[in-house]
Design a protein around this ligand. Structure first.
Ligand code: ATP
Ligand code: MG
Length: 468
């Protein structure tokens, strides 16, 4: 028994379900059948008893009609008439008052000598007895007249009842086995149908463990609880995957975006170390720039978090003067790359755009970083600013190695680098332009690249004018 229980515990849901449904149906069927069988048995015995009592009454009436002067001879002669009253299988035995056999009217297999001791009384009565393990109803009644006193005994075998009950038993057992088979079969198919989504779910989770969060479970056409469960699972995985991607993107973006500001601070500190100790002007300026850069760094981290969380939301409207920012960033780049020359070409003193100052600075750093990184011989970088029908155009031009024409559309993809070995040497990850594009699209701006190999690259940014 313990082994069976252990086996059931460790077996699949389908097996458990099959066993449970089959047992429940089988037990219910057995209990109902048993009740039915016992009721029918009781009812049939009562019916037989009623019929025996009736025959006994008829016999009694028959002898009473003969009056009080019935003789022994007349009793013997009545044999044919009695045979008409009783059933073919019944027998009537008549005893005298001393209990000796007087007449045996019978065609049954049982002989009077086989009968057990029957208490003969003046009252009519019917009782159930067993002879050679066959059941019989025995009815007894008195015969009283002037010439003959005795008892009649009506013997009624219950063969018909026995046969019917045996048939009923076989039928019930047969139907029971059939019910067991059918319920097991139906239970099995139902269990299979219901456990399939659960199994699918299990395999999907295993696939997720193996291949990653992008795996999904195949949903069902039915809209029941299981169908809904699979849909909910996929929806949950969608959220898990996107939040996982966001986190990963944050880490990547953060490490990319923090690199240049940290380098700038490092540059200022080196300057301090070299000249600042003796020159109070350099000391003051470098300390101020470093602190300012640190402040921007703090804001950048917050901003990066916000950018990753809500990619396409834009909360505020700005009117940012980009000239200020360009001048400041160029000063920082001067500190970092003293061998480069940075020029700004502009017609007006102020250009207002609707981008946040921090985002513009981020953009500029990304693009200047590329311009510096991918220039080898000619170390000139020119920034041109123009204004045209509600747009501010910023063009960043370098004279470096350029980008092969085929690669230009791809450079905005995350982690795309034109020449992998070249970029790795320069510490590139292929993230800068992807981040730039995301920032710009947040402000409904545009970014375009035109480039020629070994001649140089031009990056054009179009932003909306900011109204002050
Ligand atoms: P990261 O910016 O993450 O440090 P990266 O500079 O390689 O790495 P992106 O700024 O996205 O990544 O640039 C993608 C690729 O485009 C670069 O690998 C480089 O090959 C090419 N590229 C971008 N700007 C220039 C440029 N001004 N001159 C030449 N090639 C460029
Ligand atoms: Mg870059």
């Amino acid at each position: 028994m313990k082994k069976v229980l252990k086996w059931i515990k460790s077996s699949s849901l389908t097996v458990k379900w099959t066993i449970a449904s089959a047992s429940v149906i089988f037990i219910t069927f057995t209990v109902f059948s048993l009740i039915q069988y016992l009721s029918i048995k009781d009812w049939m015995l009562t019916e037989e008893k009623v019929s025996v009592t009736q025959t006994l009454n008829e016999l009694s009436v028959f002898y009473q009609q003969r009056g009080p002067v019935i003789t022994k001879g007349e009793i013997v002669e009545s044999e044919t008439l009695i045979q008409q009253i009783i059933d073919r299988k019944q027998a009537v035995v008549i005893f005298n008052s001393r209990g000796q056999l007087f007449l045996n009217i019978s065609s049954t297999s049982i002989s009077p000598s086989e009968l057990p001791e029957i208490p003969l009384s003046k009252e009519k009565n019917v009782q159930l007895i067993e002879v050679n393990s066959d059941p019989y109803y025995i009815g007894t009644g008195p015969i009283i007249s002037n010439n003959f006193n005795g008892y009649m005994v009506l013997i009624s075998p219950l063969a018909r009842y026995e046969k019917m009950m045996a048939n009923l038993l076989w039928l019930t057992v047969g139907l029971g086995i059939l019910a067991l088979l059918i319920s097991a079969l139906v239970g099995y198919f139902l269990a299979k149908r219901f456990s399939r989504p659960v199994k699918d779910l299990k395999y999907t989770i295993k696939r997720i463990e193996r291949n990653g969060l992008q795996e999904r479970v195949e949903t069902l056409p039915s809209q029941d609880e299981l169908g809904e469960l699979l849909i909910l699972f996929n929806r949950m995985m969608e959220k898990v995957e996107s939040s996982f991607d966001q986190q990963q993107q944050f880490v990547e973006d953060a490490s990319h975006e923090l690199r240049t500001p940290l380098q700038i601070i490092e540059g200022h500190l080196r300057l301090l170390q070299r000249w600042g100790k003796n020159d109070p002007k350099v000391l003051e300026e470098s300390l101020f720039s470093s602190l300012e850069e640190l402040q921007r760094l703090k804001e950048l981290v917050e901003d990066l978090l916000a950018l990753t969380k809500q990619d396409d939301k834009r909360e505020e409207y700005y009117a940012t003067d980009i000239v200020d920012i360009i001048n400041r960033v160029m000063d920082d780049f001067h500190v970092l790359y003293p061998s480069f020359s940075f020029t700004v070409d502009k017609e007006s003193k102020q250009y207002l755009t609707d981008i946040s100052p921090r985002h513009f600075e981020q953009l500029l750093i990304i693009l200047l970083d590329n311009a510096v990184k991918y220039s080898e011989q000619r170390k000139d970088i020119v920034i041109t600013i123009k204004q045209n029908s509600g747009k501010v155009l910023i063009l960043i031009k370098d004279f470096g190695m350029g980008i092969p024409a085929n690669d230009i559309p791809k450079v905005f993809h995350r982690f795309y680098r034109t020449d992998k070995s070249r970029s790795r040497e320069r510490g590139g990850n292929g993230l800068g332009l992807a981040i730039a594009k995301r920032i710009i699209s947040r402000y409904s701006g545009e970014i375009h690249i035109s480039s020629e190999e070994n001649k140089g690259t031009e990056v054009l940014i179009k932003l909306n004018e900011g109204k002050s």
